[in-house]
Design a protein around this ligand. Structure first.
Ligand code: PMV
Length: 321
């Protein structure tokens, strides 16, 4: 964050990957998430008149923001209200590299960047508690009943162990992870995916509970594997997690195809990441060259985009045809 004589301030955030435990986390099970170095930047500037928003989705006065941006609008209004500032004389620009609705947590990342920029603009310190309670407003619009894992992992600089309502623990792997991420190119509908799991739970509680218990167990084993640097074991757990996500009905043909392709390319493990039903998947490589190869093969297979990176660096590499 930086402040420029109070006439301009910048707030930033990165996106996130859920390594293991999505969906189960909504039911109080643990999950592991990590920063993904795709970034969003929000610039707040002084102007005269109505608050103006400038983003790839919408440019214009805040009062006419489209339905899909209502969470951000509500978060902005509540932040200004909390700061005791009027809803006027501001220009808010959002510049994001995070594709929308792909399970990479773009909505929480935009809200984090915006809350940070507004606090910086008014020269106010921002605590984690303030940040999370303001971003949660936007997340509730996006997801209905979000676990909070997106905003917590996006406000963190290292992987986190997350359990709803409990203290968030930083989780540093003793060995770097080499990860390839691929985008199906289709919007992931997290709200529908979460609702579908809920319906399955209502229809067949024993079966869904069994999957959730297994994922809980996997998350605990993955935590131990990360702490030991046992990447082979972590890969197997990613595969097991994908099997349970398939049983929960949140994977789809496109995601399954990319997962299979990654495994064929020698990935140690692969699974969807985020809400599923479209969106992105991730695969664990043996080293950086291998992650690059997997990302390249996923792109050739039909991913609309793919990236690779190592958790010991902030650099993200894209694969371009
Ligand atoms: O699709 P995303 O990036 O918003 O991730 C959602 C993760 C879920 O576990 C499916 C939902 C949640 O609130 O934790």
């Amino acid at each position: 964050m930086e402040i420029d004589a109070n006439t301009r301030a910048i707030g930033e955030s990165h996106s996130k990957l859920i390594l293991l435990g999505e969906h189960a986390v909504v039911y109080g099970k643990p999950a592991i998430a990590m920063p993904f170095p795709l970034k969003v930047r929000c610039i707040v500037e002084e102007t005269i008149g109505h608050v103006m928003l400038n983003s790839i989705v919408y440019t214009g006065v805040v009062d006419h923001m489209p339905r899909e941006m209502q969470g951000i609008a509500a978060c902005m209004k509540e932040t200004l209200n909390y700061l005791g500032k009027p809803l006027e004389n501001l220009s808010i620009s959002i510049d994001s590299c995070i594709p929308l609705g792909r399970g990479l947590g773009s909505s929480a990342a935009v809200a984090i960047a915006m809350v940070r920029a507004l606090f910086a603009f008014y020269g106010k310190e921002l605590s984690k508690e303030e940040l999370f309670s303001l971003v949660q407003i936007s997340e509730t619009y996006a997801h209905g009943n979000p676990s909070g894992i997106d905003m917590v992992s996006e406000a963190s600089d290292c992987p986190v162990w997350f359990e709803k309502g409990k203290e968030v623990l930083p989780l540093k792997s003793t060995a770097p992870l080499f990860i390839a991420v691929a985008d199906t190119g289709r919007m992931a509908d997290t709200r529908t995916a979460v609702d579908n799991v809920k319906k399955r739970y209502a229809a067949n509680p024993e079966k869904v509970e069994q999957s959730l218990e297994k994922i809980d167990h996997m998350a605990n084993k993955a935590k131990a594997a990360l702490l030991k640097g046992d990447i082979q074991c972590l890969g197997e757990l990613l595969n097991d997690n994908q099997q349970e996500l398939m049983k929960l009905g949140v994977s789809d043909e496109g995601l399954n195809g990319l997962v299979q392709r990654a495994l064929k390319a020698g990935a140690l493990g692969a699974k969807l990441t985020g809400g599923g039903m479209g969106g992105c998947m991730l695969a664990l490589g043996k080293n950086m060259e291998h992650a690059k190869l997997i990302a390249k093969e996923l792109r050739e297979y039909g991913a609309s985009n793919s990236w690779y990176f190592s958790t010991d660096s902030d650099m993200l590499y894209g694969v371009y045809e």
